[in-house]
Design a protein around this ligand. Structure first.
Ligand SMILES: NC(=O)c1ccc[n+]([C@@H]2O[C@H](COP(=O)([O-])OP(=O)(O)OC[C@H]3O[C@@H](n4cnc5c(N)ncnc54)[C@H](OP(=O)(O)O)[C@@H]3O)[C@@H](O)[C@H]2O)c1
Length: 348
């Protein structure tokens, strides 16, 4: 089974099925985005972001996933500019995804947000622009600043405008629930092209994937390795969110067995499983060896039985609860937040 390295979106735009994630490859801070915590966070140096992006591009990666909220768009922009200058890769060969933060989701503020991202990335357009969450806020991410009148449908109207202005070649959503996808799809002039959501071995989200399929929405898995580095996420004031405790996909026995069988790493098995299902993956790494290794998943194939065994792994609750959305009328996980989940705020 040969897997196409490109996924075609409903508007004909082709998106690589594999790319580099960059959350926690952050270099700057955000008083605006993280004002709830009054924090600054430094996860890695600017040089490390530039070097990771260049390592990935040199290795054949053609998709880089970022977000205004990762505070690394400027470093990525530098890596891209240097790469273009070297003349090996052209702008049109690369697919750049970035995301509009919740404090800029009001349609009147979206253009300012995308223009800021474009300027940092040193680009005239991005390839995919995502609404990072379905919840719009005023100037701060505090429950009292939730914009109750700005519904996902309103956010989407603004996104259609950005698309029509050709600031982005496609538009999509992230962290929306099924009901919100239905609502947008019913009223949209331009369909949702992509949904980026938490998706890995222990949280396969079949129901959401099914709905996306129905509407012709391509799916991107975030945390495709189960985000093992999430626990080192720390705010500058020392606050470290608590994460749900559960099994790690990389340590799953079926994954370990298949890794041995195919002489691959557990990460490569997890990634291959998802792309074999037609789901795009954006594993993050700032480690050159792992960046290159994670990409080597196009030279082997899991058989039907192995795919079924991975599919049948007992599912666990989500890892990314995005608790800062609690209290917003469009909190996508309102219904799902149960007794098992008592995490302090975390923000991704
Ligand atoms: N839309 C959203 O709300 C949202 C939320 C979360 C993430 N995302 C996006 O999705 C991307 C991926 O998610 P993620 O970063 O949370 O999780 P992930 O890609 O599942 O895991 C990344 C972690 O795994 C480590 N790692 C990478 N390759 C490895 C390997 N071969 N073996 C063992 N460990 C390995 C990385 O460490 P090293 O760097 O040290 O290799 C890092 O700590 C993000 O970077 C971001 O772009 C989006």
């Amino acid at each position: 089974m040969t897997i196409s390295k490109l996924v075609t979106m409903s508007n004909g735009v082709k998106m690589p099925i594999f790319g580099l994630g960059t959350w926690q490859a952050s270099v700057v801070t955000s008083e605006l985005y993280c004002s709830t915590f009054n924090n600054t966070f430094f996860q890695s140096s600017k040089e490390s972001v530039i070097s990771s992006v260049k390592t990935a591009l040199n290795d054949g990666y053609r998709l880089i996933d970022t977000a205004a909220a990762y505070f690394n768009e400027e470093a990525i922009g530098e890596a891209l500019a240097e790469t273009f200058k070297e003349g090996k890769i052209k702008r049109e060969d690369i697919f750049i995804t970035t995301k509009c933060p919740p404090t800029f989701l009001h349609p009147q503020k979206q253009e300012e947000a995308i223009s800021s991202s474009l300027s940092k990335l040193k680009l005239d357009y991005v390839d995919l622009y995502l609404a990072h969450f379905p919840c719009a806020y005023g100037d701060e991410l505090k429950p009292e600043k939730a914009l109750h009148d700005c519904k996902p449908e309103d956010i989407w109207k603004g996104f259609e405008n950005l698309y029509e202005k050709k600031l982005t070649r496609s538009i999509g959503i992230s962290n929306f629930n099924i009901e919100q996808i239905h609502r947008i799809s019913k009223s949209a002039k331009i369909p949702i092209h992509n949904h980026q959501l938490e998706l890995h071995l222990y949280f396969q989200q079949d129901d959401v994937v099914e709905v996306c399929k129905k509407y012709g929405i391509t799916v991107t898995a975030y945390a495709p390795l189960g985000s093992p580095g999430r626990t080192s996420y720390k705010l500058s004031n020392g606050f470290q969110p608590k994460w749900p405790v559960g099994p790690e996909p990389l340590e799953n026995p079926v994954v370990q067995y298949l890794a041995k069988k195919y002489s691959k790493t557990p990460a490569q098995i997890l990634l291959r499983y998802l792309i074999q299902k037609g789901i795009s993956v954006i594993p993050k790494s700032t480690n050159a060896k792992r960046i290159i290794e994670n990409h080597q998943i196009f030279d082997f194939e899991l058989d039907e039985n192995e795919m079924r065994n991975l599919y049948n792994v007992t599912q666990q609750p989500r890892l990314f609860w995005q608790d800062f959305l609690i209290g917003h009328p469009e909190d996508p996980y309102k219904e799902e937040r149960g007794k098992q989940h008592k995490n302090p705020l975390h923000l991704i």
